[in-house]
Design a protein around this ligand. Sequence first.
Ligand SMILES: [Zn+2]
Length: 302
Amino acid sequence: MRWIHALLLLLFAMTLARPAQAATRVVATVPDLAALAAEIGGEHVQVTALSLPTQDPHFVDARPNLALELSKADLLLVVGLQLEVGWLPALQTGSRNPKILQGAAGYLDCSQFVTLLQVPTQQLSRAMGDIHPGGNPHYLYDPRAVRSVALGIAERLAQVDPAHADAFRANAQDFVGRLDAARVRWEADLAGLKGQPIIAFHNSWPYLADWLGFDLIMHIEPKPGIPPTPAHVSHVLQAAREQGVKVILQEAYFPTTTSQLVADKAGAKLVVLAGGTDFNAGQGWIANMDAQVAALKAGLGG
Ligand SMILES: [Zn+2]
């Protein structure tokens, strides 16, 4: 009898030692989506980002360690609109994980939750540069888009891990509440941007411009993804002077030389914004936006 007791004790101890339930593994292509997933999934998810805010999300190195992350994923979050078309498909194939292939429950294209801007109405050709046929993919700078994306992620997490559906929805509501409050503050802080002519390096801010009411009059890249040429830069400089541009915008992952040159010659200020939330350092999306808004406000001169 004694060994049966010992065995039962052992089995009981093993039950106690087993974790309640393995966390859902979420992999996001960009840190903004990773930050949203962490916020909504809380303790029930384990989140990884495939890129850093210092990396241009159009061109991420498809290294084997990223495929390894994908091989373990239960849910893949993508920006979509072909932002990741140059690097993600190879990684998905390399991961040999059917759960995260397009069309599976573990694949979520977050662009479906967003009111898209710059959806081309004409035939596209290579000569037009790196144009996204589904619309502009840089919607994660806009709190209105982020609000819808957060709620969409919560619903998909609830589908992938139904046992924690209530927690995901509650976390999403909590996030959206804080986001709405912050948005009022940001709109007040950046009211001075309304109607301002602004020049940007890459075509990254149509959603921000739409939200805050500024005019993106030109880009320093002659076409998306094409480096600036002297002829185009002189056009941009002329427009900057004629329209009294005060702010030149660009992301930190692009070289600043040309933007700084245009800013200096036009008497404008170069505002370099982070390319996304510093998720690996524990930053949340709202904290990142607070920093972006502070940088924009400083660019406006107060
Ligand atoms: Zn782009």
